[in-house]
Unconditional design. Structure first.
Length: 260
């Protein structure tokens, strides 16, 4: 599908170059030649890059060669003007495959947008591309080449851009609404009476478990042992004070017998 969308862009470029050269030179041959050259150059670029050639690329190359040759033989630009219609119809047929869009969407879209909406968007794109192909068919056969150039340059591209922006806005609104609803549901669940009762019951059980714990052991002091210890401490103090008041032996030698 990505290759099909790329073919739409390549077809747009070849059509624009065809109209530009034809408008500047007034030569159908020059405009057709540049369109064919662009188609062949795009095909050779894929070949030289070693990429696989998709059926849509073979179709685009065949159309630009066949319709370009018909334009050169009839000297009428309408054959080249019909080429976008064929490409659009082929791409629209590919877009009719169910769920083709899912593989090109980000994860957040696939997870939050319903699958039915995504499938419907894919079918809507198929209808839009087919409608653009039919519009180009009418303009290419009934109107002047200048009207066709305006439609290819602005009408078709503008319709695709508008469709993309509309799809983006719708998907974004749906995703934001779903995420907002999920957040509100989570908040309501957190504030529901059952949840509050559960929290209160847990706090009550916790308080009961704390109150049922045995009290810490109290240190009991033996009065007799403490009293004897205090007496011993005072005795040691008196002994030390008595020793400190008694003069030392060498002081008694200095004093002599008369001082004793």
């Amino acid at each position: 599908m990505k290759q099909a969308l790329s073919n739409l862009l390549n077809d747009f470029l070849s059509a624009i170059f065809f109209f530009g050269v034809y408008s500047l030179t007034g030569s159908i041959v020059a405009g057709t030649a540049i369109a064919i050259a662009i188609g062949v150059a795009q095909f050779l670029r894929l070949k030289l890059a070693g990429r696989a050639i998709e059926p849509m690329q073979w179709l685009a190359l065949g159309l630009v060669v066949v319709l370009g040759t018909a334009t050169l033989l009839t000297q009428s630009p309408r054959f080249m003007m019909l080429k976008p219609s064929v490409i659009h119809f082929a791409v629209a047929a590919l877009m009719l495959r169910r769920g083709w869009m899912s593989r090109y969407l980000p994860v957040i879209v696939r997870e939050n947008v319903p699958e039915a909406v995504i499938i419907g968007a894919g079918y809507s794109w198929a209808g839009l591309i087919a409608a653009l192909g039919a519009t180009n068919l009418v303009i290419a056969t009934q109107f002047d080449i200048r009207v066709w150039a305006w439609f290819i340059s602005f009408g078709a591209i503008g319709a695709k851009v508008a469709a993309f922006l509309l799809q983006y806005a719708v998907f974004r609104t749906m995703i934001r609404r779903k995420l907002r609803n999920a957040t509100a549901a989570a908040i309501r669940a957190a504030g529901s009476p059952s949840t509050l009762l559960g929290v209160v019951a847990g706090l009550i059980l916790l308080a009961r478990s704390v109150s049922n714990r045995p009290p810490p052991p109290i240190l009991r002091v033996n009065r007799s042992s403490s009293t004897s210890g205090i007496r011993a401490m005072h005795q040691r103090r008196r002994t030390r004070s008595g020793r400190s008041n008694r003069p030392s032996p060498w002081m008694e030698r200095l004093r002599g017998p008369s001082c004793r």
